[in-house]
Ligand binder design. Sequence first.
Ligand SMILES: *[C@@H]1O[C@H](CO)[C@@H](O)[C@H](O)[C@H]1NC(C)=O
Ligand SMILES: *[C@@H]1O[C@H](CO)[C@@H](O)[C@H](O)[C@H]1NC(C)=O
Ligand SMILES: *[C@@H]1O[C@H](CO)[C@@H](O)[C@H](O)[C@H]1NC(C)=O
Ligand SMILES: *[C@@H]1O[C@H](CO)[C@@H](O)[C@H](O)[C@H]1NC(C)=O
Ligand SMILES: *[C@@H]1O[C@H](CO)[C@@H](O)[C@H](O)[C@H]1NC(C)=O
Length: 655
Amino acid sequence: MPRQAQNSRISLTLIKLVLLLCIEVKAQAGHLADDEVSALREIAPQLGKRDWNFKVDPCTSSHDQNWTTTQVNSNQPFDFNNTLICDCNHTNDGVCHVVQIFLRAQGLAGILPPALAKLHHLKIIDLNANYLSGNIPQEWASMQLEYLSISTNNLSGPIPTYLGNITTLKIMSIESNQFSGFVPPELGNLVNLEYLILSANNLIGKLPVTLSNLNKLTEFRISSNYFTGRIPDIFGTWKQLQKLEIQASGLEGPIPPSISALSTLTELRISDLFGEGSKFPSLHGMTNMSRLLLRSCNIYGPIPPNISDLKQLQILDLSFSKLEGTVPDLGGLARLEYMFLTSNLLTGNIPDWIKSSTKNIDISYNNFSKSSAPASLCPDTLNLFKSFSGRDNLELHECLDESPCSQDLYSLHINCGGKETTIGRMKYEGDEDPAGPAKYFYVKPNWGFSNTGHFWDIDNTQNDYLANNVSILTMENSQLYTSARLSPLSITYYARCLANGNYTVKLHFAEIVFRSTISSYSLGRRIFDVYIQEKLALKDFNIENEAQGLDKAVIKNFTAVVTNQVLMIRFHWAGKGTTAAPKRGIYGPLVSAISVESDRSPPVDGKIVVGAVVSVLLLIFMILGILWWKVCMGGRISMEKDESAFQSTPCKATE
Ligand SMILES: *[C@@H]1O[C@H](CO)[C@@H](O)[C@H](O)[C@H]1NC(C)=O
Ligand SMILES: *[C@@H]1O[C@H](CO)[C@@H](O)[C@H](O)[C@H]1NC(C)=O
Ligand SMILES: *[C@@H]1O[C@H](CO)[C@@H](O)[C@H](O)[C@H]1NC(C)=O
Ligand SMILES: *[C@@H]1O[C@H](CO)[C@@H](O)[C@H](O)[C@H]1NC(C)=O
Ligand SMILES: *[C@@H]1O[C@H](CO)[C@@H](O)[C@H](O)[C@H]1NC(C)=O
């Protein structure tokens, strides 16, 4: 059949003749309609797709690896998909139509092809994880697309209003691009939409209220944008919504009450809401909820005890709010894997169900009663760093079985995420612990870290919290940058036993994860904040922008005042940037090294001082002794020679 298809391009008459002759065979196998072959020939250069083989028929040459790559080989990117699917069954003339195209992670660096609109039967177009630029072409407005995914590309400009014409759309994702401007109210015309994903763009303004027309929505994500105003109360009509994600969208609180009507939710993620605070929203009846994140939402008041009714709950993240009171009994939530109550105002006793749990539980930065502390203060999966009220810090020595500080230190150097290394006379301590979702690391007597958070939407593995270089690094002191520490939410490096006074803090960064190749590996935007002594020191920090490139070092200097011998440097992800470029789960702070030095010139060690004083005194005694001996002996000799000519008092005294 491929040969006949090839012929068809040469002569339509000939193919008609062949068709008449071989009608039986053709009905079974078919060939792509001529106008669609022409369309594909136009589409290829627009996309930058170079390996389509037009010598064979795109529909029937499934053995031809250029049209459909079945074998996944290890050199292909993780997300690779190269598939063109035709429908040959709905015609009786042996003519096939392209109905689905998947071209994922192929480094395509062209544009969204206007000629795609010439594939009149196309229902699915998936161009994820490429490097396409420009905007969505106007020609597409006439298409009958059901599935449009152009996530993780270099697309820019406003979301076009004519997108609202493709009313057949069920799935639309434009995540991780550079789309800007307002969300057009015309998107409210897409009444068949089930998935609408707008996350990780530069969208601004208010969300149009017309979105409330989308009553078939099951998934809605708008995280990491620059929207303004309050979260609109548009959810009441979304009776089938299962997943709602509004993280660092720019929208302000309070959380609208209509959220409580979404009884079909399985996942609710709202974070980094400024503006007015909220009480804990009612989640009554949301019995399918498995992932609940209400982080940095300025929620006050108690955690409602009826969270224990959410029997499917696997992840509960209520961190960085103003929750008060005691922790309700959630010991009956058999599926709970992660719980983050980090940085709230929770009081009372740490419940027994938490102390006996083997799940990852982080209750660091709270006001629990110290008397309820578990026997072991530093278990691996329960983070109690600064969990207690009444005293400022949980001291590392309690985990180490060591006495409080025995001497003052004036400097500390850490090669974050890497091996111990020496630069000049400075030793950077190794920091290779794999960390974990709720981990207080405390092996060293004078420093440690508290890490909070797991990477969402991926299978978490041992090495998620460490990054290693993939290219050869050429900056000065490159051994500081070949490995780095990662955190999905918050990591505090903690130095203790420091002499009080002013310190210079140097933070070393280099973006070693993203690549500069023309591919989705160059499209990530890593954005995070840094706090020194709990004060914001860097806001929306982007290593790549600051260093003006990838694999380049940037060192930020700060002054910190140490008043209680403790210095804390905290790296925090506030929901900004991309989370799916080059692949899902890549986000959060990345730090290469930390250097902390007192502004006072490091004083001489006390023991050395004592030793030196003793040596000097000994030397003086010796010299005096020699002098005495010389003088006396000399005196005696001269006395013997001439008793009246030389008399010395010391000799007289000793004689
Ligand atoms: C990516 O898009 C931007 C516009 O947002 C453009 O300036 C840049 O040239 C594009 N990159 C490439 C390689 O086309
Ligand atoms: C979109 O639909 C509107 C209303 O039917 C029509 O006026 C407009 O021309 C269409 N836009 C495009 C680009 O086809
Ligand atoms: C929490 O504990 C700190 C330290 O003991 C204390 O200063 C603060 O007042 C407490 N806050 C609340 C709300 O209990
Ligand atoms: C990482 O960097 C080191 C030093 O620059 C280099 O020797 C090593 O080859 C790099 N690693 C990889 C995987 O390229
Ligand atoms: C620390 O620095 C501040 C200014 O940042 C200065 O006012 C203060 O005197 C310094 N303290 C010491 C002990 O040098």
